[in-house]
Design a protein. Sequence first.
Length: 683
Amino acid sequence: MPFESGFSHYNRGINLETGEVSVSWQENDTSFTRNLFVSRADEIIVYEIFSDKSNAIDTDISFQLHPTDSPRMKERHGGELRNTVQVETEDNFLFYKATNQDGTDFGAVARIITESGEISSSEEKVVCTGTNRLLILVKVFVQADSQIEWKKLKRELSEIEKNYEQLLNEHLMIYQPLFFSSSLELSNDPKEHSNEVLLLQAYKEKAPTRLIEKLWTFGRYLFLSGTKVNGQPFSMYGLWHGDYQLMWSHRMANENIQMMYWHTAVGGLNQLQLSFTKYYEQLLDDFRDNAKKLFGCRGIYIPAGTTPPGIGKPNQLVPVIMNWTTAASWIAQHFYSYYQFSGDETFLREKALPFMKEAVQFYQDFLVIGDDGYYQYFPSVSPENTPGNFMPDSKEPIAHPMPTAINATMDFAVMKELLTNLIEGSELVTTEDTSTWKAMLERIPPYQVDQQGAIKEWMHDEFDENDEHRHLSHIYPIFPGRELVKEAGILFEAFRKAVRKRKLGAQTSWSFAHMASIYARLQEGGNEALRCLEHLTRSCLLNNLYTVHNDWRNMGLTMEIDTAPPVQMDANLGVVNAIQEMLLYVSPTMIKLLPALPDDWKEGKVKSFHFCTGTISFQWNLLRNSFSVTVKAERETELTIGLPVHFHDYEWKGEGEVSRSKLGEAYVHVKLAPEETVEMFTK
């Protein structure tokens, strides 16, 4: 769009409640606005440009090849790829294609609609003059034949007779029930603050509560915009890759993809775990082949890294990846979690249990029994750490000098969780004999503690602890597992000591989010969890609130890598989970309210967080000494509720049965029938 003079009153932003991107500005006395969203209903990009003055818009519309910042891609981008670009126009349609390395095409078709003025084609552009409103509809394609797709998409676009508002409303009917499935307020400040203002406050002293609140909302927006039930699972870059041949564009299952889905069930987005489970189901043949050819075992072996559209064979041929055999069991946690929150027994019987059985079958062939009667697990990897006594004496960072060991605590913890869930699930919906799996549980060795009383990362005398590492794999029984809770006593304290030994300077954006979730499970008041999130906001957050892997200013808050810190949205979504963990602990038998409330969160309101069989809404105000909670059962519910320790003298009313728990005054036992509700509040 040509301009004759400088612009003023410039503003841009995202409406997270609708998914719209808006840009507005003023030139002299004429105002212009551009709005864009991607419709979940029609799978179409909808883009409008309008002005408050008649016939004020003159614009050229074209498609261009996206530039690259990658030194590895510059030669191919400027030659081979650019030479495949083809742009054509036909009346008010614009066509674009380029060719992938595999010979297939990617591209788009656009239809330009005007209310007034003139529209014409000029070389590789559609030219619009003298109009006051434009509507541009775009459909894209990947890995296809452009000649077929151009005709098909033109036909589909020609059949659309709706305006911008109508298309938006249809999109919102799908998007908003997901976006508003849960809500959170940590501040009563009604004023809107730009990202830059909030980040400046974080740099000066501490992250403002409004920034933490916005990160929760923004993370959910990213997640909803980047995946759907019948689509690909969310990736580490979401859909906003910005370049070609990225550093970490695969699915990484030794932490990252799991982290991006931890928040879903409690946040009311449990159905979106189905894209995750479907992705791994589609690769089962590869996983069976892996187990047979690499380890001589039945069952499945899932390599940490897999790639879409469907390659489940190992693609990172390094010991830290190849020798780690726990991915299938960890992924099984999400299969079982989907069942626990949905109550879908058909999914449990037909999807979750078969997947879990194949994961267990691998263990039956892979593990050996030691002289003490317990399993020995080797090769065994505690992602992606090396025992301290095998770390080379070097001042330069070394990625994974010797990650392969024996009896990593995490390997046994995940195996124990898998067997426990498989036994429970099978006894719920089948008559299958579970005695073999119960015997396997008995052969898992007990967790070990070091001389300082902390849980050991390797359950073997030959390996020393290494606390200068970002992964906290051995804390799995606390988080992301639920084997142990604070009420468990001595062993829980051993895990707490192991967390306290970890060094902050060895972290990354995602590990700050992981640590925050662990501190929330430890119930240490929430300040430690918040400190992790504050470190993340100072070091790994860009102005657009994308998270990058490590400290992009090199302030010493995180590990360093040789290249520019890449975007990694696992941290964006890990933050969503950490905030939820600070406000609500959920297991099938217990929920705990405000388990890790930071001192700075004086008041707040949560609406429709989810537990396994219902929803819970609550609000608090520390200054007024007030708290209230509403628990609604969607299915038969029986659980223990841990009430906030910040308040006393609770009353309750409503349906169902409420009684004092054996755990103490801060706990109540609740039994509710479907659709029954109970309210609890301070006097």
